[in-house]
Each structure stands twice: as structure tokens, then as C-alpha cells.
Design a protein around this ligand. Sequence first.
Ligand code: SF4
Length: 425
Amino acid sequence: MNAFAPVKAPAVGCGDAPVLKQRGQREVFCGLTSIVWLHRKIQDAFFLVVGSRTCAHLLQSAAGVMIFAEPRFGTAILEEKDLAGLADANEELDREVARLLARRPDIRQLFLVGSCPSEVIKLDLSRAAERLTQAHAPQVRVLNFTGSGIETTFTQGEDECLASMVPVLPQTDAEQLLLVGALPDVVEDQLVGLIGQLGVPVVRALPSRSADVEVGIGPNTKFIVAQPFLGATTGALTGRGAHHLAAPFPFGEEGTTAWLRAVADAFNVSPEKFDEVTAAPRARALKAIAAASERLNGKSVFFFPDSQLEIPLARFLTRECGMSAIEIGAPYIHRDLVGPDLDLIAEGPVLSEGQDVDLQLDRCRAARPDLTVCGLGLANPLEAEGLATKWAIELVFTPIHGYEQAGDLAALFAKPLKRREGLAL
Ligand code: SF4
């Protein structure tokens, strides 16, 4: 086989496969979790959760304690009298924000983050954000989004956050590419570097690392999404007249190549130039995947819905690592985004959206997959039943996009199988 053969879709893919829709009990983290990586990415932002002590505990334990720097997230705790409507939560919020901004002049963007309690008492954080922007502009821009667990999964927090930024982006007619999704800086730099080598003149990222980096949007903006959970952001950008470049997600050699090719095609990059730029990193990625995926070859995998990365990762595991997928569960299926990945997955696996956790556990136990990808709450019980599991949330906190991370991505899935082999000795 030619190592650089073009991406070839299976005779029948999963693009038109029936979807098992489940609406029962779910086992997922809430959107506040995404603050953990967003506050690292947007380096002059502060995330102020308007919530309860539970929200504060979740955030503190998920993000850990910063020793050398003041944290750029916090919780304005709603007390019982707020929840009972006996106090004006808006007045208290304004006071807390003024105190915070006076103490922290480094903050340029403030996100008010809604939670279950703030939604239950119908605290209007969008009006609060407008009011506070007027009070603190131009030094600070105040936006709001929800991270509540009432109807979300944890990666949706990033989607809500980025979507909240789109309406305030300035208008531009410049021809440019916008890379959408909060990637680790090192990964973003690698991808932007490759795109620059292809000859695409202007590449911007959303979110940018600082409010000082001007990101405009307009009819000559083409955008490509790096994370499959950014459905609302995609809708908001399209609403501003930008053009979405649909592509498989940049996981593995094949996914990264197809993703970059969508950019190359949109900016009229010649096939020769494309091959010249991508040949060396593609070869490195293929070699790294071959070494790391030996243990995965011929094994089966079952995905519980959790991070919303499930469909592109199933494509990577089935096409590049020799695995077979039994069930691919996703909290939401944004077809505009994951359609190209679905087309590349050969028919066969059950495709499920949403969750009824007990029914899904029954299906998983009956199938006895070699590897189960699931949330933290399910992993330990399944391990105790003899199944090898991978924590889905680890895939969000680890750099896994692009050619240089392709081997590490395969290795992440191989690790639980190695551990279980060790236990069986
Ligand atoms: S937002 Fe809701 S689900 Fe998340 S920590 Fe707060 S109360 Fe819990």
C-alpha cells in the first residue's frame, strides 16, 4: 500500500446509519469543567462562576490549586437568601465584580458563568454582562455563558464560551482562515505553522490567547473547527457570514491530512505544495501510530457518551489502529461537524446519541469489549467487572491533535490494555 494514499471512504459508511436516541439518566460532568482548560488558554481572562458551594468545589478539585499565581477563576456563591429571592443578587454581583477588577488590573475579559442554581433562580447574566461592560469598558469586556449541568456535557462549556465571543468580534473584509477551538498552545502552533507553510496568508485563532490579538470576522473569513463539540460556535460564526470548511477532525495521520487538505483546497494550494509540506510529518505520524497501535490491532472498543470526541476518535481507532467499534455513543451528534468522520467509519457499530446509562451498561456487559471509553464514574465499576477502560476526560486534557501527537493518541488507548495484560499475569 502507498503510505500516502488519499483518504478513501468505505463502501458504506455510518453517515446514513440509524441512530439510537436515548433520553434517560446520564453520567457526565457539567460545563463548568471546561473552565479548567479555557482559563489556561485565554491568558487575560477571568471566569467568575455564579453558583453554589458545590460549583466551587467542583472547580477547585478539577483545576487544582495554583501556588505561584493568583487563580483566574472563582465562584460568586449564591447564598440561601439569594436563592429564596430575599436579596438582590445583581447588586452583590456588581459589587464583587468591581472589587475583583480593582484588585486585578491584568484582567481584560471577564466571563460570568451561569450554573444550575443561577439558572434555577433565573438570574439574567446576559443583562448583568451588558451592565458590567458599560461600567468597566474599555479596559474590560464582560461576557456570559452557561456551564450548568442541567442540559449539558462538560465540553459544551467551551462551545458556550466561544459562541458568546462571536457577536462582539469586529467586522473585517480581510481574507483569512480562522482556526476554532481551544487547543494547547504547542499544538495550535504546530497546526498554524503547517498552514502557514501551505501559503495561507492570514491565520487567526478563536479563542486568541489575549484580548490584544485582534480577531475580526466577515464574509471573507473561512473557518475550520478543531473540536467536534463546537456546534453553537459554528452556528454563530456562520451567522456572521463566515464559511465553514467541513472536514474530518485532525486526529491521527489520516484525520490531520484530511483536515489540512480542506484548508488547502479552500485556499487553492496545489497538490504538489501540499505533499511537500505534509510528507515528513505524515511519515513521522504513520511510524509512531504503527509502533503504538500494535496492542490495539484486532481489538474491539465501546464508547459511552462523554466528551463529544467519540465519533472522530472511533474513526481514528477503526481506520488507523485496526480496532473494531461495537458502539459509538455521543452526547450530541452535530452532523455538520462530525458528518465527514461518520462517512469514513465503515458500517457496523451501533451509533447512539444521549444516554440511558443502565441500558447502555447492559449492552456493554453483553458485548464484553476489549476496551471501554467512558466517564470516571463508570470506569471503576467496569474495571471491577474485568473490563479495560479509558477515561474519556483524559482525552480532553491531553494534547492529541495533529501529526506530532498521533502516536501518543494511539498509546493513550493502548495503555489500559497493557495494564490489564499485566494484571492477568
Ligand atoms: S453547575 Fe450544576 S452540576 Fe455543575 S457543579 Fe454547579 S450545581 Fe453541580
